[in-house]
Design a protein around this ligand. Sequence first.
Ligand SMILES: Cc1cc2nc3c(=O)[nH]c(=O)nc-3n(C[C@H](O)[C@H](O)[C@H](O)COP(=O)(O)OP(=O)(O)OC[C@H]3O[C@@H](n4cnc5c(N)ncnc54)[C@H](O)[C@@H]3O)c2cc1C
Length: 377
Amino acid sequence: MPSQYHVKIVIIGAGIIGTSIAWHLSRAMEENILLLDRSEPGGLATNAAAGILGPLNETDHEGPFLDLLRASLALYPDFVEALMEETGLSPDFVRSGILSVASSDEEEVLLKKRWQWQKPLDNSIEWLSGKEARAMEPHLGEDVQAAIRYPNESHVYAPRLLRALQGSISQKKIDWRRGEPVVAVRENGSEGVVITTSRGERIFAEKAILTPGAFMGGISLPPPIMPVTPVNGQILAVRSTQRPYRHIVFYPPKGYFVPKLDGTVVIGASEDDYGHETKVTPKGMIDFLSPLKKVSPHLLEQPFHHAWSGLRPKTPDGLPIIGAHPSNPNIIIAAGHYRNGILLSPVTGAIIANLLTGKNSPVPIEAFSPGRFKSAT
Ligand SMILES: Cc1cc2nc3c(=O)[nH]c(=O)nc-3n(C[C@H](O)[C@H](O)[C@H](O)COP(=O)(O)OP(=O)(O)OC[C@H]3O[C@@H](n4cnc5c(N)ncnc54)[C@H](O)[C@@H]3O)c2cc1C
């Protein structure tokens, strides 16, 4: 790359969020786009994700966040179909449904509360006794005494979704480079922004879109700071000779397992603070493996496949940051998607593409405004 470079739009970070934005922009405008990544695209979080698309399991109340999650799930079938048409690659999107189970009276009370506020929102969800849940999923343990079934919740194979997006954008007007860490984004008078890489190269652009996941703090920006911190997530997969489950199963406090089309069952996930280090530790696994003795003892007997970890990008209020930076409208932020970046990738791409082409957002985004951190220094 020359030491000075001019382009219309630069996207910084080629995880699922940056790549989905590049894909949506390439469909909405003709201009040249540059997509930069410091290392392996999606290597921090996207490639580690379980790929669950489950809005109703991700919040305890109604509001703009639930609306955003549900709007994104609704976009998934068309998103995946368009990618498959363009690339021939399948991201293994499956409308499996979710069973959220209770294995004690206390857990059942909490599940019932959730049922009471969610049922009026979605008439398709069902309350099941333990016996009814086992009739659907015979390998559920005898201790499972109640469940909510969410028939529309789905899952996808996140690394394959990222590969399909990469395959599609590589056919378009997108210049895509890796091994290029960005260290700063600054105002360039009325002309837009100037982006500096670790090699000292300066890239002049009308807009910079920041999608660096948990490494937001590694890029110097005008104040206020966009507070995104890493939350280590450990996760593992077992092999299953036959597919014993159809549904994703969620169990308290934060465990889940996902039967994948390739015959593995992904079981997750911890939430640990190891800074920017990704670690797999026996301690991290205990919290989500121990409850399986009651929920599905069968799974604990399956052959171990592999274990891995990644860094979820989290904000102080747990909500994503989507929109223009308060000190400069040419710096756009799309980060902090925490536990739901795979689910939120199509709606985030659509929101940013609409923002840059002067169209209305498909959903209200005030609650996710970067301006809410105005006082952060
Ligand atoms: C164990 C685990 C399970 C998960 N399960 C789910 C799930 O089931 N469903 C779901 O929806 N979500 C899930 N998530 C969350 C999801 O993975 C994240 O929210 C999502 O991947 C974030 O995407 P991103 O593009 O913002 O970040 P990333 O995937 O981290 O991508 C950011 C990219 O930016 C690059 N970058 C960083 N700094 C710079 C820089 N200075 N210059 C250039 N490039 C830079 C990085 O190299 C990286 O490629 C899970 C996460 C984990 C860890």
